[in-house]
Ligand binder design. Structure first.
Ligand SMILES: Cc1cc2nc3c(=O)[nH]c(=O)nc-3n(C[C@H](O)[C@H](O)[C@H](O)COP(=O)(O)O)c2cc1C
Length: 371
């Protein structure tokens, strides 16, 4: 398997390179009857896009989605849905000077070792340009999840470098605030601090890492599978497949290490779960609580400060990356994380329906939270 596809019943394949003529995806296994039009992709693609904010890369792609197949008279037909976006603002000259050098922190050296050939323009297939198609595919998944099941998926930037979002303990995230600023940041009062931090990084020619959180609400208990198709395992793999992600946590994640059993296990009463350290998943199966995931992204590797490396001729060189780059790639990763969660959940929902559709609702059903 070449691993450009994922999902079992909802199978998504993406194709294309950063500076090729186009990128695209095929979404196979989608149920018929979902209303989809090219305009439906605009909102989420704009959230992920470059060039829309002063704080991210200045590559300006229109990201216009062409629906090539699988939709007739405005509704999915059940046949493969092919989506295409043409690349219009690729600036390959930025990469000519470093075509033979392996940029530190990038996939240049590993692609070279694996394939013996690579497309150096903008990172080729390893570029986060590919994630545009994940976001496009997930527009369909998000709609199906929302309209059929009432599932909502929201992400936010929880930390940028050493700046942590000051959300009071136990408070709900205000997604109107998250959507009101270019950082997907949940605390409006901190936005000027973030702006100043990005300006400082740009001036220093440096970059920083980030933490992105995602929550899925309304997921019915039962979605997910034992034992190799665990919902948490598939979410972790899906989030980890996003460029620059170096860590994924579900629920309390690594904080579980320092917890006691008395504090970690989420006690149940008929009026609800007392806590959600499990992140809404027990034994790989959704409990009906919010599904909570978090991911760590590394600092952008392409920075103005020169770094030591080697080239294809086996010489040591200094690499200074030109081109248009995000000083913090985590800022734009929020919609991508939501997309991966949506695609995994839709696939798992279809699998659950296929195997257990006749089981129906089982009593007792414990509310997500007793608070
Ligand atoms: C939304 C997004 C945008 C990115 N933009 C850049 C960028 O402008 N410059 C850069 O060096 N890396 C960028 N990256 C990260 C690289 O694609 C990634 O680090 C590289 O392909 C190596 O893969 P790995 O970090 O997953 O091992 C971005 C990642 C994401 C999620």
């Amino acid at each position: 398997m070449a691993s450009n596809s994922f999902g079992k019943l909802l199978c998504v394949t993406t194709f294309g390179e950063s500076h090729g003529p186009a990128i695209g995806c095929v979404v196979d296994g989608c149920p018929p009857g979902i209303a989809i039009a090219p305009g439906d992709f605009v909102h989420d693609l704009a959230r992920r896009a470059t060039g829309k904010s002063r704080y991210t890369s200045q590559r300006h792609e229109a990201d216009v989605v062409e629906i090539l197949s699988g939709v007739y008279a405005g509704k999915t037909t059940g046949t493969p849905i092919a989506l295409l976006i043409r690349n219009v603002d690729a600036r390959s000259r930025d990469y000519a000077a470093i075509a033979d050098a392996f940029r530190p922190g990038h996939a240049d050296y590993t692609y070279w070792q694996k394939y013996g050939v690579r497309d150096p323009r903008g990172g080729g297939r390893a570029s986060a340009r590919e994630t545009t198609m994940r976001v496009a595919a997930a527009v369909i998944a998000k709609r199906w999840l929302r309209e059929k099941w009432g599932v909502e998926i929201h992400g936010w930037l929880a930390q940028m470098g050493d700046i942590v979002a000051r959300v009071p303990a136990g408070a709900r995230i205000d997604f109107a605030v998250v959507e009101s600023n270019s950082f997907f940041w949940p605390v409006a009062a901190q936005v000027p601090e973030l702006e100043a931090a990005i300006k400082g990084l740009r001036k220093a020619g440096d970059s920083c890492g980030a933490r992105v959180n995602v929550v899925a609400t309304g997921v019915p208990p039962g979605w997910g599978e034992p034992v190799y198709g665990k919902l948490d395992a598939e979410l972790a793999a899906a989030l980890m497949s996003i460029n620059a992600v170096k860590g994924v946590e579900i629920g309390a994640g690594f904080a579980s290490v320092a917890q006691r059993g008395t504090g970690h296990r989420d006690e149940m009463r008929l009026d609800g779960f007392a806590s959600n350290n499990a992140g809404g998943i027990l034994g790989g199966i959704a409990s009906g609580q919010d599904i909570v995931a978090s991911m760590a992204l590394k600092p952008t590797s392409s920075i103005l400060v020169p770094g030591h490396s080697v080239n294809t001729a086996g010489e040591e060189v200094d690499v200074r990356t030109r081109g248009r780059h995000d000083p913090c790639v985590g800022i734009r990763a929020t919609p991508i994380a939501e997309a991966m969660v949506a695609l995994v959940l839709m696939d798992q929902a279809l699998r659950h329906r296929a195997q257990c559709g006749d089981v129906g609702e089982i009593a007792p059903r414990i509310p997500a939270s007793s608070r």
